[in-house]
Design a protein around this ligand. Structure first.
Ligand SMILES: [Cu+2]
Length: 165
């Protein structure tokens, strides 16, 4: 084999490896753009997306959870309550600015209009896990039930993770 030819073959191989690396990187990028954590759950016409909870210190008695809920139906529905085996009870809370102080208020129910997406997120609505029976450890997941007046029971899996940046 001439030196020129072997050099050409080597360059082509390198080029192929590089283009393979680019495809692999592109696929990796797509996976980050469409996070695997974006899981959907539903009950009737209600869809619950990306339920997650903050990790807690080992002896914490409370924790907070978040999700997005969308009403795909033609009528309003009410989010009534939530429960989970990881806490003695779960309350629906809303964080509000009272003067200069952030306070949490318990909410009895939340009306969700047709077509509305309501975000439970840090600084706003959240579910409060009261009387944790176990610490919430990053990477774990636990079941939670959400009850709607019309749509009924939605069973979701809550992922424990740090808040998204
Ligand atoms: Cu709270």
């Amino acid at each position: 084999m001439s030196r020129f030819l072997s050099q050409t073959i080597r360059m082509r191989t390198i080029w192929h490896l590089r283009s393979f690396a680019h495809v692999a990187l592109a696929l990796l990028a797509i996976q980050f753009i469409l996070p695997a954590s974006a899981e959907d759950f539903s009950a009737g016409s209600m869809t619950i997306q990306d339920p997650w909870a903050r990790p807690t210190p080992p002896n914490a008695k409370t924790g907070a959870g978040y999700f997005r809920v969308t009403n795909n139906g033609a009528a309003a529905d009410q989010l009534l309550s939530a429960s989970s085996r990881i806490a003695s009870h779960v309350e629906i809370h809303r964080q509000i600015l009272d003067g200069t102080v952030m306070r949490m208020r318990r909410v009895d129910s939340i009306n969700i209009a047709p077509g509305q997406t309501l975000s439970f997120e840090p600084g706003g609505y959240h579910v409060m896990f009261i009387g944790l029976t176990q610490p919430l450890v990053e990477g774990d997941a636990f079941p939670m039930s959400i009850i709607f007046q019309d749509a009924g029971l939605a069973e979701v899996s809550v992922k424990v993770r740090a808040p998204a940046q």
